[in-house]
Design a protein around this ligand. Structure first.
Ligand SMILES: C[S@@+](CC[C@H](N)C(=O)[O-])C[C@H]1O[C@@H](n2cnc3c(N)ncnc32)[C@H](O)[C@@H]1O
Length: 276
């Protein structure tokens, strides 16, 4: 998004106490009953993580939790949270029904995700986010809305999709306003690359949709190029470029601000081909 400026990126690194090479991992703490207690950063894990891991699409920002977010994480995690696990998730078991599944990566504070779940009770929604205050805000909003078709996972989406999401399970994958990583030396952190498509395409159901949106034009071009080059998916835009924003995607906070400032927004809709 355009408000994540190059200097913001530096600030994010500094605020997290990180150099580019020292990205800490999130560690969740659960109480004896398995309820969510809090998250913290582990330097030992961070070191192990750095030795073993790929480049991340995020840095952990340990913003302060509001009382409401903290309360939501403690009280409503059991209802809305799914703990990270290293094996496929029983999605029917989680929701107690079989319904089309929408998977959203990086829901931020979750406002638009909750709005979509409220409006579309016939689908189930799973949101993945690493930012703790965002996870708290999202489950607080889900509780207030009284919905039962939304769950959140507080973990790196790359691990979640690779290890927890069964093949063919996702009817729509949503990636809205992913961190644009403006600086050339940070571009490698962008999620949308050919190996990201290798991760997500097998998870799509036949005719499953990938819906991305960004307000950073160079990233929109990268999204278009990477997806257009993949023979397993086809562009739903009639002219083979960008799509109109579908009605089901509410304006996000970032986007509404961008619109006021006259920034552009690019939506991309691709569909998995039958044979892939
Ligand atoms: C720029 S924000 C956009 C948030 C939201 N989609 C919106 O439009 O308001 C990108 C979000 O993606 C999250 N994120 C980035 N990489 C992630 C990953 N690998 N797994 C989960 N969340 C991620 C960040 O924490 C951040 O909240």
């Amino acid at each position: 998004m355009s408000e994540n400026t190059a200097s913001d990126e530096n600030d994010v690194f500094a605020a997290a106490g990180n150099t580019e090479k020292e990205l800490p991992e999130i560690v969740r703490e659960l109480d004896e009953s398995g309820a969510y207690v809090r998250h913290r950063l582990s330097s030992a894990d961070a070191e192990k993580d750095y030795r073993n891991r790929r480049i991340k699409s995020f840095v952990v920002r340990e913003g302060r939790l509001t009382a409401g977010q903290e309360h939501a994480l403690t009280e409503y995690w059991k209802a809305y949270g799914i703990d990270y696990q290293n094996r496929p998730l029983d999605i029917t078991g989680v929701f107690g029904r079989t319904a089309p599944l929408v998977l959203e990566i990086g829901f931020g504070m979750g406002k638009s995700l909750v709005e979509m779940a409220v409006r579309d009770s016939g689908r189930d929604f799973i949101g993945i986010e690493v930012h703790t205050p965002g996870v708290g805000a999202c489950i607080m909003a889900a509780h207030e809305a009284g919905i039962s078709n939304l769950r959140v996972i507080h973990y790196d989406a790359v691990d979640v999709i690779g290890n927890m999401i069964p093949d063919g399970a996702v009817d729509r994958l949503q990636l809205y306003f992913p961190d644009p990583w403006h600086k050339a030396r940070h571009n490698k952190r962008r999620l949308v690359k050919p190996d990201f498509l290798d991760l997500i395409i097998p998870k799509l159901s036949p005719n499953g949709i990938i819906h991305m949106a960004t307000d950073w034009e160079p990233y929109a071009q990268q999204m278009l190029e990477v997806q257009s080059a993949d023979p397993r998916i086809e562009n739903l835009s009639p002219d083979g470029t960008y799509a109109e924003r579908p009605d089901y995607r509410p304006l996000t906070k970032f986007e509404a601000r961008g619109q006021r400032l006259g920034h552009g927004v690019w939506d991309l809709l691709f569909r998995k081909k039958q044979c892939s």
